[in-house]
Design a protein around this ligand. Sequence first.
Ligand code: TYM
Length: 331
Amino acid sequence: METVVSGIRSTGKLHLGNYYGAVQNFVRMQHDYNCFFFIADYHSLTTHPTPEDLHGNVKQVLVEYLAAGLDPEKATLYIQSEVPEVAELYLYLNMNAYLGELERSTSFKDKVRSQPDNVNAGLLTYPVLMAADILIHKATKVPVGKDQEQHLEMARTFGNRFNRMYQNDYFPEPYAFSFSANLVKIPGLDGKGKMGKSEGEANAVYLSDDVETIRKKVMRAVTDSGPTQENQAKPEVIQNLFDLMKVVSTEDTYQHFDQLYNTCQIRYGDFKKQLAEDIILATSPIRERIEAIANDKTYLQKVSRLGTEKARESASKTIKEVREIIGFRSF
Ligand code: TYM
């Protein structure tokens, strides 16, 4: 059975981008693959959270994984920092990751621009840690959104380089995966790129948002003054909302509003109202489970223990073999 690995950074609540880009695929894959889904709390240290925030955010993501339908008996659900073998593999892979290629990574360049006062080495080697997450279980499929494609390419580079260096084919090549034809990119509500990219609440709809908040956010989404010519191309802010509708609404609803746009009869108020209601409908079952799970400390403890145990079993096997390959041998 093919092995699947993926994770989400523990920066708090999950938004629709995380859900449609990643978690929805996790839920579908758990039945047919050997799945490892984790909470990337080592990765979140690049932004220096307080200990309280760190722990709270890890808990939030775990709760939302479960609320979204991940089954801890089927998939291995774990917290990255509970599996120190990942950090060990990261150390080994760092020896063959070169400054030039790390500096050219798009996500690194974005961070240099967005947080010039905190360009730490962890940011630079972020793709190496991500490669370690994937290679530690020798995964071949990685369900992620479009924004992670370059990181997957780097994971293949690091794995292949290790193989070449030690003249074997130990690590298989991991590829980004989605059930949809293309990797998903969910746009933000502020008309500025993907959901979750900019800070601030207005850009993203969270799975834990209550229905009134969802309505308010969607009604405030940026639009323009409306189409003036039949069948004109949609400007980005409008295309973004249609993209979102494509994901959450039925095909009929999408076609209905597309038709109205193309005949210059669309009323953005109605369009956004429909979009908000469809987002609410799509996320309600998850939202309703979040609170109950968050209050069940015993269950969370049980899930986390089980996940750690299964993840470490797989990770320690890899580390043992990698140490042997590298030449760390006991007398
Ligand atoms: P992160 O935490 O930024 O995002 C988690 C997942 O959600 C997807 N995603 C989106 N998909 C579509 N549209 C969006 N607007 C959107 N925003 C986020 C991401 O593509 C991702 O799949 N580096 C990773 C976490 C990570 C990881 C890994 C993933 C660490 N190690 C190993 C896979 C395998 C990250 O920061 O994702």
